[in-house]
Write a protein that binds this ligand. Sequence first.
Ligand SMILES: NC(=O)c1ccc[n+]([C@@H]2O[C@H](COP(=O)([O-])OP(=O)(O)OC[C@H]3O[C@@H](n4cnc5c(N)ncnc54)[C@H](OP(=O)(O)O)[C@@H]3O)[C@@H](O)[C@H]2O)c1
Length: 268
Amino acid sequence: MTSSPHGTALVTGASSGIGAAYAAALARRGHDLILVARDRARLADAAARLSGETGIRVEILPADLTLGADRDAVSRRLAADAAIRLLVNAAGLGPSGPALGGAPERYDAMVALNVVALQHLTLAAAEAFAARGGGTIVNLGSVVALVPERFNAPYVATKAYVLALTQALASEVGGKGVRFQAVLPGITRTEIFERAGADLSGIPAAMIMEADDLVRAALAGLDAGELVTIPSLPEAADWQAFEAARLRLAPNLSHKRPAARYGSTAAA
Ligand SMILES: NC(=O)c1ccc[n+]([C@@H]2O[C@H](COP(=O)([O-])OP(=O)(O)OC[C@H]3O[C@@H](n4cnc5c(N)ncnc54)[C@H](OP(=O)(O)O)[C@@H]3O)[C@@H](O)[C@H]2O)c1
């Protein structure tokens, strides 16, 4: 069997939900795949099914990305395997319970996965893709980064991190042939809710997207060259206006003197 002309995609979180939907969609596009998650049996099932349906090559790379050794093994693979041209960071954990009322340590695994592991893999891939002259990195954020008032604080903060990291890296290394995309799903029907001890029954059906639809839209956004894709948002112009307003602040975000409304600060 020869390698795919589309290159290999490494997908984290490929055992369920959005990552599994990416694996299926990318297989249909002809990418060979490396599937990463903890559940070896589910990855093996997906690999057999996808290679059987599409004829692509699928390898599984079981890893607990909250563990440094596993995470670093995946980073090394990104660095060493010149066939890899696409990284999809879809592994993620949702919050259980409100921000207050428990030990802060209960959020450590979420931060280790949503932030630390995602950053390690993103930097490893960006370094490798820049050296090879091309590659694409897709990071799963969330719309909650845009409405932090509406959701669990530590989870929202991990997703704001993903958005900022992706935008900043696109600016820093985009010129080296590395493409970035932050995908900001709204509520999507996956296992993330039951894993966090929650359920979707109280949420209006009109607000819940299916994972396959989410991924189809995200890949259309990628094909269109979007840096940030918000599959639910009807008008792209609304996001563009939001970004334009943010960037209009830039010339005034660092001055020698505080703004006049904060009073005189002239040194005595
Ligand atoms: N669903 C939504 O409404 C929604 C909305 C906005 C953003 N998102 C984001 O979308 C991404 C995908 O979430 P999802 O909804 O598809 O959730 P999901 O169905 O629960 O899938 C999460 C994936 O992450 C993997 N994973 C969990 N812990 C891991 C670990 N320690 N090491 C390696 N892999 C691990 C899981 O596989 P194993 O258990 O086999 O390891 C699974 O494949 C996440 O970043 C999430 O924050 C989801």
